[in-house]
Design a binder for this molecule. Sequence first.
Ligand code: ADP
Ligand code: MG
Length: 381
Amino acid sequence: MSFSLHRDPIVVRAPGRVNLLGEHTDYTGGLVLPMAIPFYTTARVSALNESQYVFRSAQFEGEYAEPVGGSATRYKAWHDYPVGVLRQLQERGVAPPSFLLELSGNVPLGAGLSSSASVEVASCLAMLALSGQALPANELALLCQRAENDFVGSPCGIMDQFVITAAHAGHALLISTRDLQFEHVPMNTGGLREISVVICNSHVKHSIAAGAYGERRKQLEVGQAVMRERFASLRDLGDATLEQLQACEASMSPESFKRCRHIITENARVRQAREAMLAGDAQALGKLMVAAHTSERDDFECSCEEIDFLVDTAIGLRGCFGARLTGGGFGGCTVNLVAREAVTEFCETLKDAYRTRFDVSAETYVCEAVDGALAEQERQA
Ligand code: ADP
Ligand code: MG
């Protein structure tokens, strides 16, 4: 269908992200340490003369259109993400004029690099710009998270939307997910200057992922409730210590205990990772990543055979300081810390080994930390 457009389109892009450390900690008030990566979703929004909102994507067939003021609920389709953002804007009293929103991008879909949050943030910024409005970083990220939680129906934490909005180039972003306090942690100190972040996409995703994620969230909530009852001053697992958890072991299921242990040790690892990064200690950072993987595999139980193979193989290769599963789990990507001079050999050897073992082609991406969507917008202004 064709529409009559007026005014020049507004074009906004938002990156994907990789999480260096702090997995599954962002829905119990914990710490995360992701960075934005140079894969982007672009949202191009043009004002329309017809009284409609129209959504298209270069990655998907067809289009979705609704009348301005429409209130359709989710369709379980790709357009739920931008439409969910529109609903959240409408709830805040932002009423964009009629538009055509066209998405395109190269963030791998469903690989744990957060194409979904990059769609939300790019769409949100584009719709705000068309409406002549702006939001501070934390409100924008929270609005996009609500779109994914309430409209799409995916119970994600705040990490993805926040880092994609607020990251700075050359830095990881340490986020306290309880209060959205944050710190840009430089990635070019001392020994870190000599290393690259290498993402390896396993190209597998196991179908148990969605159900297992919900189940683990419940197990964590139960464990957290038990701990709060015993220790009244605990706000959430972000405050909890291993000693406190051990004191509650008999009052929770073995699964809740292990999930909570992952969260508590993971928060401690993020704090140590910040120290390691500030000290430029790639070796210490790499060790923390390996310890994080062991905890994801054994305590959170969100890894799988293919990912364990990629991690075990990677840490045996020349120049590799550390490797772990990144993202929600049960497939997706690993993140590796690799000496710059060894990166080419590392990628080739890892992909060869994976192909030989599973007859599947993995992909590797060597990534520097890039600006989030807001810093990029400011730079272009
Ligand atoms: P991840 O965020 O790890 O990539 P998700 O399952 O959370 O995986 O999000 C992937 C979904 O986000 C896609 O299936 C699609 O619905 C939506 N999406 C991502 N990128 C685009 C895009 N360029 N155009 C339209 N929808 C997209
Ligand atoms: Mg996602």
